[in-house]
Design a protein around this ligand. Structure first.
Ligand code: SAH
Length: 223
């Protein structure tokens, strides 16, 4: 667990943050720790200045390279599901993007591994994490479609990009009772799926939560 002090919030910003938290509650987010972490995490630092005034709206926003910072509701929902079976120690995120989701996770679990295929996005995310003093996030530039076998197994895996089908490799990298939260489907809209490994067996239980909109999981990496 890593508590971060993000100081210097103006009153206006505090009010807009409270509005966002209320909206998340209204939409059914109930994990108080998740709500508290979202309240104190400066989402405006994960956007270009031109967009930072919209940081506390409940909407996805562009971060360049055709990618988006996920909607706060979806970040909250996926994080809440990820923690729903109890505390998680080691978590893998696929699709670092801006680093916002990784920052949220880093305040709720022991160690976050996050992979990104677009190098400049990873570089920016690394700067932000350093600025915030987060030391329990390890970033890797790789194609997360194969997970990150070097550090497996993970107590939870969260994918911020949508494959057409669930990659087998991700299932193999789940620890006993591990949980995978992943949007799946070929179109603009996908099913948010939750897959739970049954103990240390190779059986998995799967359910669909709701419809979400994510960028596609692409293969290969770019410099
Ligand atoms: N979690 C991010 C959301 C970024 S959008 C945030 O909080 O900002 C999803 C990200 O997944 C994009 O940055 C995209 O480049 C990345 N991505 C897509 N396919 C990938 C793959 N195969 N491996 C790693 N990252 C991938």
């Amino acid at each position: 667990m890593n508590t971060v002090e993000f100081g210097g919030i103006g009153m206006t910003s505090q009010r807009t943050r409270e509005r966002l938290i209320q909206r998340l509650k209204d939409q059914g987010i109930s994990n108080q720790k998740v709500l508290d972490v979202i309240r104190v995490t400066p989402r405006h630092l994960f956007l270009d200045e031109a967009l930072s005034h919209r940081a506390y709206e409940d909407t996805a926003l562009p971060i360049g390279y055709g990618q988006t910072l996920s909607q706060p509701y979806v970040v909250a929902l996926m994080t809440e599901i990820l923690l729903s079976l109890g505390p998680r120690k080691k978590v893998l995120e696929i699709g670092t993007g801006s680093g916002y989701q990784a920052t949220v996770l880093a305040q709720l679990v022991d160690q976050v591994y996050s992979v990104e295929r677009i190098k400049p996005l990873q570089d920016k995310a690394r700067d932000r994490l350093r600025q915030l003093g987060l030391r329990n996030v390890r970033l890797t530039h790789t194609d997360g479609g194969f997970g990150l076998p070097d550090y497996a197994p993970y107590d939870a895996i969260l994918s911020a990009a949508a494959p057409h089908e669930v990659p087998e490799e991700l299932l193999h990298q789940l620890a006993p009772d591990g949980i995978l939260v992943i949007p799946v489907g070929p179109g603009d809209e996908q099913e948010l799926r939750v897959i739970i490994r049954d103990g240390d067996s190779s059986k998995f239980e799967e359910r669909v939560v709701e419809t979400v909109r994510f960028v596609p999981l692409l293969s290969g990496t770019t410099r």
